[in-house]
Ligand binder design. Structure first.
Ligand code: DX5
Ligand code: ZN
Length: 220
């Protein structure tokens, strides 16, 4: 099995003491930090921008996995790269010039990722696979944490795995949305290797460490 990365989404963190939550994540064995950027246009919610990314960069050495749910992502790539993003994932639905934007992300020394909404067929990303390091299969409609997991997306993970097998280069498969101990196993079996979770970690009744441990127990 590939090495599995756990990337907790700070969308459900306690922002009045973000540093404390991030340090608990580090000590619990989280590998990356997933930062959900929403603009109120591509998705109905508004969340964080480069300022929060640069703040996270100051408080942790974990790689910052930035998920851009925004229109015209090309206007903001430089700001997020400068803020310290290690990964920048844009949506295939976000702009007609996605290929160029992915190249720009790499030119700035950041790993490019491409995300696919639940209603978008995986074949839409076929021609950008050659310029990405990660495919993000959304397992909820983007916009909010705490939504119900769409279990049928496991088929899309499998399709992504088959497409990636034709590329002579490692490309990660990330899943995001409603991931928990209860929903994760079939997705791992289908080939996902990079796991995002917000509410399953931050709303775990026994705390953040227990939330991380519960998810990690699916592959350890
Ligand atoms: C949803 C975001 C997710 C969200 C996941 O649009 O992209 O990263 O924070 O939250 P949960 O794990 O609660 O579904
Ligand atoms: Zn996300």
């Amino acid at each position: 099995m590939k090495n599995i990365i756990l990337s907790p989404s700070i969308l459900s963190a306690n922002f009045s003491n973000l540093q404390e939550d991030v340090h608990v994540l580090e000590k619990s064995g989280a590998h990356w930090l997933h930062i959900d950027v929403m603009d109120g246009h591509f998705v109905p919610n508004i969340t964080m921008g480069p300022f929060i990314v640069s703040h996270c960069k100051k408080i942790t050495d974990l790689p910052l996995d930035v998920h851009l749910m925004i229109e015209k992502p090309e206007l903001h790539i430089a700001s997020f790269a400068k803020a310290g993003a290690s990964w920048l994932t844009i949506h295939i639905e976000s702009n007609p010039n996605v290929y160029r934007t992915l190249q720009t992300i790499r030119d700035m020394g950041v790993h490019p990722g491409i995300a696919v909404n639940p209603g978008t067929p995986i074949k839409h990303i076929e021609n950008v696979l050659e310029v990405v390091d990660m495919v993000l299969v959304m397992t909820v409609n983007p916009g909010f944490s705490g939504q119900a997991h769409i279990a049928t997306m496991v088929n899309k993970v499998r399709q992504a795995q088959q497409m990636i097998a034709t590329i002579a280069r490692p490309i990660r498969i990330q899943v995001d949305g409603g991931i928990s101990k209860e929903t994760l196993s079939p997705i791992l079996e289908a080939g996902a290797d990079t796991i995002v979770a917000a509410s399953a970690i931050f709303s775990h009744p026994d705390g953040i460490s227990a939330g991380v441990e519960a998810i990690r127990s699916c592959w350890q």
